[in-house]
Structure formats: C-alpha cells, structure tokens
Design a protein around this ligand. Structure first.
Ligand SMILES: [Zn+2]
Length: 423
C-alpha cells in the first residue's frame, strides 16, 4: 500500500485556488478563460517536471502520461475538470485533477513500478457555465458510444456554435481557436489507447459527513428525468376582475406543485429526490393576472420502476384543470441509472479498506464526465467528503486530510488495475 502526501496535496489545493480567485473564498474559472488557461499551464508545467508526456486533443482536453514498463499496454486514465461555475469553490472538478497529479507525483517520488502508462487528464468545459451544455467535451469525445437520445445534444458542429451566455457573439469554437489548446483529434481518449478511467470528485452532498466517512466509493449515477409543466390561463387586470372569474396560471401552478409534493411523498421512497428549480411567469407584471406559467421538475432515483411511478404522477397533472387553467406536461429528457464497472469499484473498495480510509458505498446524484466515458471504457468514481454538503458555491470545502485520503484510495486502486487487469 502506498500513501499520498498531505503536504503536497495541501500545497496544490492552495496554488490552484489562485486561478480565478474571487477574493472572497472561491473562484470563477470559466472554460477556456484566461484563468482556466493559467490552471492548465500550471498543470502542464508540473506534469512535465515529473517526466510526463503532454498531449492535447482537438477539444482542448489535456493528457499527461507517465510511461509504464510495457510500451504496448493501454493507458489507465484519471481526470476531472478545472472549470467552475460563477462564484464556485476550490474543489469541484479541480480536486479530481489535483488527485490525478498527486497519484503521478507519488508514483515518481516513490519509484512505484507500473506496467501500464498512467495518465492524468483535464476535461474541458464540464460545467458549461459560459458555453452550454455541461459535460460538453466528454459528450464530444464519447459521442459514438452514447445512446442516440443523449448524443444528439453533443453534435460537434452544434458544440462549436454554442454561444457565450454573457456575450452572444462569441462561441465555444472561437474560444477554442483562440485558446492555443486546440490539439490533435488523434489524441482523444479512446478504447484503442486507454483501458479504463477513474474520476475523483467531491461528494456535493452531506451523506459522507453525516456518516463520519471520509471517502465514498461510488457504484452508480442515479437515473433521472426532467419535465416541464405548463399552465395556461387568461391575463386580466389585477384591480378590476373578480376573483371567482379568474384563470390565474400562477395560482394553478402552485396548486399543482403542492399536489405533486403530496403524491410523490406518499410513495414513501426515502432516497427519492425531486426539485422544482426553475419557474417562468408571463407577463410577470404586478398588475396583471398571469396567463402562462411553467415550471421544471427534476426527479432522481436508482430504480427505473420508481422513476416510472413518479413520471405517471407528473403526467397525470395534464388530465385536469387547475384553478380554471389547462395544463400540459412535456418530458424534456430522461436517462437510466449508469452503473460503474464492478471490478474497478471493487479495486476502490479494497484500496480504501487496505489503507484504512473510512469509507462507504454511495450513489452519485449528479452527472460527471466519467458518466459519458462509462459508455466507452470501464469507469469508476470516488468521492471525497464535502463539508456541510455544500458545492457550486464559495463555501465549498473538503479538508486536506480527506482530499489526500481520496488520492491515496485512487492511487492504490489504479495500481490494482495496473497489476490485475489483463489489458
Ligand atoms: Zn464537477
């Protein structure tokens, strides 16, 4: 068993938090922004210094590879993203890159034998904060392997044309050309050159902390669906129209939302999560009764039959009128639970047991690049405890000890894959 360095990990977290520092605890580091480029350059500088070979693909994903003893063996890759949301924290994404660097640094420092080349990787534009959608580069690279209804959202030309959300003139394609990080398509992650992938990430929830565990071995990414409920009424004057005659679309929507909560909760699934996070109200004027209101509902659970039951409840909203308004339900998208490779999950679990790291098996409720990679290669994820479960905010925090424990688990799991996988 090998152990990663707390001191080195602490230094890396601190150093990389400079790139995009907001001055009040967090970072804003949009994909391909000057801050993102600085983080990439620092990654490259440090990886070159330990003898890694740097490659960049055509969508700016960066790969740093330490050769193994067998030049014909396929690579084992570890990676995550360095971009963030606006006013994000110093851990989401970047920690997976720092942990991958730490693994390679430990391998070099402790002169650890390995047969397969080991690669630390940066995925471009995971958050999609400036250029939607999220998980853009993994969507492009894994395109041929993704289910049709997923991959239609990641066509190369559409991605290049993705508009900057702050300045509608710039596109992802233009930013890519200007970044100096548009490399060779031949360098893309592929099953020809790579045998498997690990991604370390912060948990982004409170389960590990509540259980007193430092690291989570992730077994799947939860299945989910996303619906839009639209309510149609009639705009009238707020002062002149009697209440009983109104068709108030916002009142209708709020009744439907409360009814959904009641009915979904009555199913009694403790680990079911659902969220209405977006609402649009028309005309959104304080003297007008709203005529059109729509809201989102995002529902996540491991079991397809549970999701189907909830979808039935949501769809039933369209069968009746609410406060005199009609309702239409649209399913925007849904996906099944994605299970990680069982062998890699076992390596992570064994690595956590053997290194004495307090851990548990966990599901992921959020999407990650590894999820798309899992359609192409055996893939698994490891989570590090998030303080108070916070993420996508400046207060996001994971202790250096927990981060280092995560890297240690990753390192030993990678070495198990190196030793045992017949690749
Ligand atoms: Zn992330």
């Amino acid at each position: 068993m090998y152990t990663c360095s707390l001191e080195r990990m602490t230094e890396k977290i601190k150093s990389f938090s400079r790139f995009g520092d907001t001055g009040h605890g967090g970072i804003t580091r949009y994909a391909l922004s000057p801050e993102d480029i600085r983080a990439r350059n620092e990654f490259i500088r440090r990886m070159k210094a330990i003898g890694a070979i740097i490659e960049i693909d055509d969508v700016a994903n960066v790969y740093a590879t330490l050769p193994g003893t067998d030049p014909s063996a396929k690579r084992i890759v570890m990676g995550s993203h360095v971009d963030s949301v606006k006013n994000g924290g110093n851990y989401d994404g970047i920690l997976g890159v720092l942990a991958a660097m730490e693994v390679l640094e430990t391998v070099v420092e402790q002169n650890i034998d390995h047969v397969h080349p080991l690669t630390a990787m940066i995925w471009t534009n995971e958050e999609g904060s400036l250029y939607p959608p999220a998980m853009m580069a993994s969507g492009i690279v894994c395109y041929d392997f993704l289910p049709e209804d997923v991959r239609r959202n990641f066509r190369y030309d559409d991605m290049m044309a993705s508009n900057n959300v702050l300045n509608r003139e710039d596109t992802f394609g233009k930013a890519l050309d200007a970044s100096g990080f548009k490399g060779d398509r031949a360098n893309r992650l592929s099953p020809d050159a790579y045998s498997c992938m690990f991604e370390l990430h912060i948990e982004q929830g409170p389960i590990l902390e509540d259980a007193g565990n430092h690291v989570g071995v992730v077994d799947c990414v939860l299945g989910m669906f996303n619906c839009r409920l639209r309510f149609y009424g009639q705009t009238v004057h707020a002062g002149t129209f009697p209440m009983p005659k109104r068709q108030d679309a916002l009142f209708a929507a709020s009744q439907a939302l409360c009814s959904l909560h009641e009915k979904i909760d009555a199913l009694g699934y403790e680990d079911l999560v659902y969220t209405t996070g977006e609402i649009a109200c028309h005309p959104n004027v304080h003297t007008c009764v709203p005529d059109e209101v729509d809201f989102s509902i995002d529902v996540r659970h491991e079991r397809a039959d549970v999701l189907e039951k909830v979808l039935g409840i949501v769809a039933d909203c369209a069968d009746k009128t609410w406060a005199g308004c009609t309702c239409r339900v649209e399913t925007m998208w849904n996906r099944n639970t994605v299970y990680w490779d069982k062998t890699l999950v076992r390596y992570l679990k064994e690595a956590a047991e053997e290194t004495g790291v307090k851990h548990q098996i966990l599901h992921s409720g959020a999407g990650h690049d590894a999820q798309f990679v899992s359609y192409m290669l055996p893939t698994a994820m490891v989570f590090v405890q998030s303080k108070d479960g916070l993420s996508h905010c400046e207060r996001e925090y994971s202790s250096p000890q927990h981060c280092t424990s995560g890297a240690t688990v990753l390192l030993n799991a990678v070495l198990k894959a190196d030793a045992k996988r017949n690749m």
